[in-house]
Design a protein around this ligand. Structure first.
Ligand SMILES: Cc1cc2nc3c(=O)[nH]c(=O)nc-3n(C[C@H](O)[C@H](O)[C@H](O)COP(=O)(O)O)c2cc1C
Length: 367
């Protein structure tokens, strides 16, 4: 808490190029590649060579901490067919290769994991599991919740064995755990619904399980959370601050602050900065901020206000040399159009600025 108060009362003069330690893990700078689903799994959720190449290039470009695309814990409950399924036995050697390649540089790599929740509809149909039944999904029983917790814990052991520097629990963007936290989705009237503590209980049980099994000062356990809700409820942030306090109590090593609706922000500014600073005031764990960073001035400003690490997704899709541009004080060409979301899915390419993109195909997809 002391370190935190210091940040809030004084301008922090650290640079984005300074080292930062989380537990015993030393990051060579404050730049994080935010989790980004490249859709480079096979239709069966197996890691491809192209996927590993993406990560080799990210590491070679000099990023301090790389967070992988989210990987599915349960093959049935994944968000789409190319969503990599981390527990698939075919993937274990590939995961080891991935971490080995990244560790040839001095970048660190963390694996993000999720259950699809409502977003598993495309793969699981009516068997997509959500905290409360939605029109087309199945409400989780207490047995399903137990299985889910155990699967998280088993998977984190595997992530450690594969050589990752840590794990990020995806508690944001409408995936299962974010649906438990948000009363807009969670209407349960048992121990897993109602109060903030009850909605958080599943995360608490996952974290307790992990800490019992594999506490290690060289292995990071971080969480990505929403600071806004689809419901637009202004009290949501207040609840999420309570969630952050509970995460801290449960030994989380850092919190990445996002929002449910990052695609609606077209302006290229870090739009969740104020929410992240409100959270920063209330907890002492390092805060990672994601969303809208496009140049060094914005990043330095956020660091000066107390944000610890700067997390970036779309600029790394828009240009392979973004780190070099950043070092030369140039802005990203990314205009936050978010078309990369669907271009990835339909053409396995990247950005509207890529020369070989068929924009007509994109427009047809959206008709
Ligand atoms: C194509 C694409 C895929 C994404 N995949 C993930 C993901 O797997 N997990 C996640 O937490 N966020 C994912 N995101 C969200 C980003 O991590 C980030 O929160 C968001 O893009 C805002 O940051 P930016 O303005 O730097 O792009 C994805 C974003 C894009 C554009």
């Amino acid at each position: 808490m002391e370190q935190n108060k210091r940040y809030c009362n004084k301008i922090n003069t650290d640079s984005i190029w300074d080292e930062f330690n989380i537990k015993n893990v030393k990051l060579k700078n404050r730049i994080v590649r935010a989790a980004t689903n490249e859709h480079l799994g096979t239709l069966d959720g197996v890691i491809t060579d192209a996927y590993i190449d993406v990560y080799k290039n990210l590491a070679d470009s000099g990023i301090g901490l790389i967070i992988t695309s989210h990987m599915a814990i349960d093959k049935m409950q994944r968000a789409d067919l190319t969503h990599i399924c981390i527990n698939d036995p075919e993937n274990f050697e590939k995961l080891k290769l991935l971490t080995k390649e990244v560790h040839k540089t001095d970048s660190k790599i963390i694996c993000q994991i999720s259950y699809g929740g409502y977003r598993a509809l495309k793969v699981a149909g009516k068997r997509a599991m959500t905290p409360s039944a939605m029109e087309e999904t199945t409400e989780m029983t207490l047995g399903d919740i137990d299985d889910c917790i155990n699967n998280y814990i088993k998977t984190i052991k595997l992530i450690k064995k594969a050589g990752f520097d840590g794990v990020e629990l995806h508690l944001a963007h409408g995936y299962l755990l974010s649906e438990f936290l948000d009363s807009f989705y969670n209407k349960r009237d048992d121990l897993y619904g109602g109060t903030v503590e009850n909605r958080y209980r599943i995360v608490h049980q996952i974290l307790s399980g992990i800490h019992n099994l594999c506490f290690d000062s060289n292995f990071l356990i971080i969480a990505k959370i929403d600071s806004t809700s689809k419901s637009g409820d202004s009290l949501f942030l207040k609840d999420q601050i309570e969630v952050c306090k509970l995460l801290e109590k449960d030994g989380i090593d850092a919190i990445e602050v996002s929002g449910c609706d990052f695609r609606k922000y077209k302006q290229d500014t870090p739009y969740f900065l104020n929410n992240a600073l409100m959270i920063k005031e209330m907890v002492s764990v390092p805060i990672i901020l994601v969303g809208g960073f496009r140049n060094q001035a914005q990043m330095s400003d956020a660091i000066s206000k107390g944000i610890d690490l700067i997390s970036i997704s779309r600029p790394f899709i828009a240009e392979k040399n973004f780190m070099e541009k950043l070092r030369n004080n140039q802005s990203s060409r990314c205009i936050s159009c978010s078309k990369c979301f669907d271009i990835y899915k339909t053409q396995f390419k990247h950005c509207i600025f890529d020369k070989d993109i068929d924009l007509q195909l994109y427009e047809n997809f959206h008709k």
